[in-house]
Each structure stands twice: as C-alpha cells, then as structure tokens.
Write a protein that binds this ligand. Structure first.
Ligand SMILES: NC(=O)c1ccc[n+]([C@@H]2O[C@H](COP(=O)([O-])OP(=O)(O)OC[C@H]3O[C@@H](n4cnc5c(N)ncnc54)[C@H](O)[C@@H]3O)[C@@H](O)[C@H]2O)c1
Length: 258
C-alpha cells in the first residue's frame, strides 16, 4: 500500500492479508485489520506507516482513520483489551495497565498475563508514521524519577538547569493523547494532573493506537517501552494540578522522542 500523508481514509484501506481481503465495501469495516500472524501484521504496518515525515510536528487529525489503518493479530488485539481496561483491579487502586507499567518501570517480575500483554503489544508496535505532538498527564512521581521531586521549591531557572538536555529511557508503555484529550469526556481523570508532558514524536517512533473504545475517546497513542527521550523545555504554566489525593504546582515539560 502506498505511504500517504493525507489518505488515511476508508478509500485507502488496503487489505494486506487473506483475512482482510475478505472485507468488501458492502460489509462494515473492522476497527482494525486482522492478520493471521505477527509477521503479516508487522509487514502490513511497515507498508502503511512511514519512518520519515518531512512536515513539522503537528497534531494528528483523522485519528479514527489512523486507527482503522493498523493491522494487528489476535494476540495484540486481546492484549490491548486488557491494557484499556480502566477499572481498578480488585484490592488495588490501579488499573491493569498502571500496575503493568509500574512493574516495568521498577524492574518487578511480571506475571504470565502481564508478560503476554508486553509481548503482544510490542508485536503490534509500528512507525508512528508522522511527526506528531502527543500529550500526557502524569503524577509527580514522574518528576521524582527525573531527579526533580523537589520541583515545587525550585525557581524555573534552577529547574531548567536540572532538566533541560537531560535524557532518559522509559522502560514502560507510555500512554498519550494525540489531541490533548479534546474528545475525552468532561471530568476525565487525566487533564487535571500536576505534570503535563508534550512529546515531540518523530515518524519513526514506535507506537500504536490501542482502540476506539476508551482509547479512542482519549485519542490514545501508546509508545513502545525502551525508547529514548530528551527534555528540551520545562515551564511553570501557572496554577495547580492533582497527584493522587494531593495538590501540587503545575509543571509542563517538552520532551523529544529520539
Ligand atoms: N496519562 C495519560 O495522559 C494517558 C493518556 C491516554 C490514556 N491513558 C490511560 O491511562 C492508563 C495508563 O495510566 P497512566 O498513564 O495514568 O499511568 P502509567 O500507567 O504510566 O503509570 C502508572 C501510575 O500508576 C501508579 N502506580 C501503579 N501501580 C502502583 C503501585 N503499586 N504503587 C504506587 N503507584 C502505582 C504510578 O504512581 C504511576 O503514576 C491506560 O489505561 C491508558 O488507557 C493515560
């Protein structure tokens, strides 16, 4: 299929596998195309999503069409269902994705089901395909991880000195929104968090769009684990945000995916 910057529409929907080829114009389109094997899914995604984009970083448009252009095998689709589950696990404050990401960031041993999620989601990762701005809201433990847990007591000049130019690797999946949650329901649990991160993600970034259920409403794009990031700016935009049950000074970081 031709790599296209503007044609992520139903008309450019190109069957890449025997399963997808059975879809005709008379039938409803599947949310994503289904491949029989991981290799077939990866090959289809490599053809659809380019690793270069000469345009500047921009906000993604036509997100649903982007989602429909992805190809996953059945294991990736099942793992994404688990990842998007937004209810806390019984006996825990956290959803399965949060528990998994926490375990990955902290080097904990994964359960068999968590390892299945990791392997199957990694198998579905592909080039982002565009130079895109992605938005994420995090708790203040993100600042602690960067060595700036005391950021509220620092001047902006001190904080810039500590953070700008700093590189790091995130060992977990990184959930972001391509449209800064513009399609999220009001009162969502993300945009009032204390830490805002704007990722400048180049087309070669390894990522996927997990779903047009909860993920779709959030405009979600998940970045693959193990990628390199560099902080290029930090500011105090004013006001406060939430982290757990407490209120903190808002801080906004710009981070390039390298
Ligand atoms: N954060 C965003 O901007 C964003 C964007 C799109 C979608 N999402 C959705 O959010 C979910 C991912 O959650 P996230 O991005 O908020 O966080 P995350 O998964 O990156 O991080 C896990 C968070 O949970 C906390 N946590 C988990 N287990 C813990 C434990 N045992 N002890 C202490 N803290 C623990 C950590 O403090 C951390 O803040 C996914 O379901 C995804 O669909 C989030």
């Amino acid at each position: 299929m031709a790599k296209t910057r503007s044609g992520l529409s139903k008309t450019s929907y190109a069957p890449a596998t025997a399963t997808a080829a059975a879809v005709t114009a008379a039938q409803p389109l599947p949310d994503t195309q289904m491949a029989a094997t991981v290799a077939a899914a990866q090959s289809a995604n490599a053809q659809t999503f380019a690793d270069t984009d000469n345009a500047p970083h921009h906000d993604l448009y036509a997100g649903r069409q982007y989602y429909q252009s992805q190809t996953f095998d059945i294991d990736t689709r099942m793992a994404l269902q688990d990842y998007l589950h937004d209810q806390a696990v019984s006996g825990s404050l956290y959803a399965p994705s949060q528990i998994l990401n926490y375990a990955m960031r902290n080097g904990q041993t994964l359960t068999a089901n968590q390892q299945f999620m990791v392997d199957s989601m990694k198998a579905g990762m592909h080039n982002l395909g565009y130079n895109v701005n992605l938005y994420r809201y995090a708790r203040v433990d993100f600042m602690q991880g960067l060595g700036a847990g005391n950021y509220e007591n620092m001047s902006i000049a001190q904080l810039q000195k500590v953070l700008v130019g700093k590189g790091f690797v995130d060992k977990a999946f990184v959930s972001t929104s391509y449209n800064d949650f513009k399609t999220a329901p009001p009162g969502n649990a993300f945009t009032d968090k204390a830490v805002k991160i704007i990722y400048k993600a180049p087309a070669k970034t390894q990522a996927l769009m997990p779903g047009n259920g909860p993920g779709g409403a959030l405009g979600e794009i998940v970045l693959a684990p193990g990628q390199h990031y560099v902080i290029t700016d930090v500011k105090f935009p004013g006001g406060t945000g939430r982290s757990g049950g407490s209120t903190y000074k808002r801080v906004e970081l710009t981070v390039e995916v390298r």
